[in-house]
Design a protein around this ligand. Structure first.
Ligand SMILES: [Zn+2]
Ligand SMILES: [Zn+2]
Length: 351
């Protein structure tokens, strides 16, 4: 058996099977590590899988199957926030080029109030290309202008309307998650801000199959969501079943240390006791240009910021995060883009 990385990620060549049932059986055993020794692959190698949702397996008769379900959850999910310039389906191509197998998009410029405009062909191409290449899940990141905590009626209504458009787009694109920051209470107080966020979220009509994720924030100014307790409050009080997206750069800026293996354990233990990993649907994996507790939100290349390699490595390999997608929002600078950062994550997962 040989394995190589290609457009589809890991391709395993298995010989000595003559039908699909046998092939699937072998693939299943392989995914559980039961036949890894026979084929000279170690348990660590399995951790390296980048397309576990869509491992293309090829038997001696070149019979190809797509084992999306059988292999789900056995490998790391890592991808990046991709631009939809030229059409939403282009984000999938960009993800493939960068070596990612999950990802995030804005449905429109996040700096302005605007409705997503996606035509049917584009939506169809996004769905089919993602499926063909095993790229899932995708997340829609809502507009930066959305403020669920706001006491101002106009802004609140615009925020609700914008979120309504995002969940509709998610439904259309088969995207399971819409990510949102709680926003800022702008003087009305933390408690009232959170109450506002809960009621605003409850006004959104969320289609079946779509979950709104509330994201951890760096906590500058009066922004909420920098404390796990804020996220817990909204999760518990909201009538919708919500999920959580943790951003490593934001958590770190908010004062949750992630720069050493011990700090990662301590922070994730706190998360487990406050919120619990069952609610964690996505991680924004970013290093931080600023020190822990500074409340400054500026992302750095993985391992090159204040979280650093040791902290990132401990986080990436944390057992409770095995099946959680890592979505990168790292900068494009110093000649390094998403491909470099995704590769860095894979390296840290291996070694
Ligand atoms: Zn965000
Ligand atoms: Zn950020």
């Amino acid at each position: 058996m040989t394995h190589t990385s290609g457009a589809l990620g890991l391709i395993i060549q298995i010989t000595g099977v003559s039908n699909v049932v046998e092939l699937e059986q072998k693939a299943h055993e392989f995914s559980r590590g039961e036949i890894s020794e026979t084929y000279g692959l170690t348990v660590d190698n399995r951790r390296r899988w980048t397309t576990a949702d869509s491992v293309a397996l090829r038997c001696s008769s070149y019979f190809e199957v797509n084992l999306i379900d059988q292999c789900r959850g056995t490998g790391m999910k890592v991808g990046a926030h991709q631009s939809i310039a030229g059409g939403v389906a282009n984000a999938v191509d960009r993800q493939i080029d960068d070596g990612g197998n999950c990802g995030q998009i804005f449905t429109h410029s996040p700096q302005v109030w605007q409705n997503p405009s996606i035509d049917d062909d584009d939506a169809g191409a996004f769905i089919s290309t993602s499926a063909d290449h095993g790229i899932s899940p995708w997340v829609i990141h809502s507009s930066y202008l959305v403020n669920l905590c706001t006491p101002k009626d106009g802004l609140r209504q615009k925020s609700i309307n914008s979120m309504q458009q995002e969940v509709k787009a998610a439904d259309r694109l088969n995207i399971p998650y819409v990510n949102v920051h709680l926003g800022a209470h702008t003087g009305v107080g933390e408690e009232q801000g959170l109450i506002n966020a809960v009621s605003a979220l409850e006004e959104i009509d969320i289609p079946e199959g779509v979950t709104v994720l509330i994201e951890s924030d760096a906590g500058s100014g009066t922004k909420m969501g920098d404390d796990f307790e804020h996220l817990r409050f909204v999760l518990e009080e909201c009538g919708h079943q919500l999920g959580v997206c943790l951003d490593t750069a934001h958590m770190f800026a908010a004062g949750y240390d992630l720069s050493t293996p011990a700090a990662v354990d301590e922070t994730l233990d706190m998360f487990a006791s406050t919120i619990g990993f069952d609610s964690l649907a996505c991680v924004h994996l970013n290093d931080s240009k600023h020190a822990c507790g500074t409340n400054k939100d500026e992302h750095a290349h993985i391992g090159e910021g204040h979280i650093g390699k040791a902290g990132m490595k401990a986080f990436i390999n944390h057992t409770n995060l095995d099946s959680v997608p890592f979505v990168l929002e790292t900068p494009s600078e110093d000649g390094r883009g998403f491909a470099w950062n995704i590769d860095r994550v894979k390296q840290l997962a291996e070694n």
